[in-house]
Ligand binder design. Structure first.
Ligand SMILES: [Zn+2]
Length: 148
């Protein structure tokens, strides 16, 4: 929340993560891992094993390039439909790339530069800079209240 300059940037991250869930990337990755490790049988899989590996995948393993590009695309559409300025997704990622020590969640999100290029091509420049959530002052007042 503090890394974002405005509500639209924060919304872009949430829209991207919602897209991973909507596209079932985690479930697909979990299924592949369970099969690869021989942990899934015809009878199914032990719930506690599935949860343990699911948490491990979510927190530490990089997602595939393809999953990231798909989540970016769906996320941008969601962001635009919600009324936020779509360009905020790009400004946020560019800012993270410039940091000396990028946030840890970026390590599970490969190919940041390529993703930025793709997103630039996906958004309509006529509308990209228009939308809600661009008031930086108001955003910072609220975030400082929530995260002192
Ligand atoms: Zn992602």
């Amino acid at each position: 929340m503090k890394a974002a300059d405005n509500e639209a940037e924060l919304a872009s991250v949430i829209a991207h993560e919602i897209a991973h869930i909507a596209a079932r990337h985690g479930v697909k990755q979990l299924r592949q891992t369970l099969l690869a490790q021989g942990l899934a049988t015809a009878a199914g899989v032990d719930d506690s094993v599935a949860v343990q590996i699911g948490v491990e995948l979510a927190l530490r393993r990089p997602k595939s390039r393809q999953a990231e590009f798909e989540a970016d695309q769906i996320g941008l559409e969601t962001l635009g439909r919600a009324g936020y300025a779509q360009y905020s997704a790009i400004t946020f990622m560019q800012k993270l790339l410039k940091q000396a020590s990028p946030p840890s969640f970026l390590s599970t999100h490969p190919a940041t530069s390529a993703r930025i290029s793709q997103m630039k091509q996906m958004i309509n420049p006529e509308f990209a800079y228009n939308g809600d959530g661009l008031n930086e002052r108001r955003y910072q007042v609220i975030v400082n209240r929530l995260v002192p």
